[in-house]
Design a protein around this ligand. Sequence first.
Ligand SMILES: [Cu+2]
Length: 173
Amino acid sequence: MISSAFYRMAMTRGFRTKTLFASFAFLSFFVINVLPLALIFPGAAYAGTSPQVVNTDVSIIIYEYDIDTSGSIFPGKYNLLVRNVGSMYHEVVVFKLNPGVTAEQFGEVVGHGGSLAKLGRTKGNLPPIEYGTTGNLAITFEPGQYLLLCFRVDKASGKPHFMIGMLREVTVE
Ligand SMILES: [Cu+2]
């Protein structure tokens, strides 16, 4: 009984010592590492809780003549992996449509040599990449309607690729 009580006491004291040490270690860590960082870069110490994560889980496949996305895109930062699995050069232009503008209207206006400025604006682009290669497209998506397009001109028909299939409408919400 005595040894048991002594053991319990020793354990309790040991626990207290450990807790105290852990508190001290945490405080030291905070004062030495976090506090100066917070003073130099306000907000940096909280980077882990801010929405700065770059999504790398969506890829885009381009070929004659289509653009496929591997998954849904939500508002946020993306580093899209683009794979050209076709047999010619292709590009990806990310165009954000103004509210109310449809893909059909975009096709009509641009097909007749109209201005892109009234339809929306370009949010990013991956310059043409060779077939069999990959590229990366870093882009921040806000809620809205987007078009993924290839403006390369088809030699046989003289038409831009987006008019013969390389146009993908994407809703971000
Ligand atoms: Cu193309």
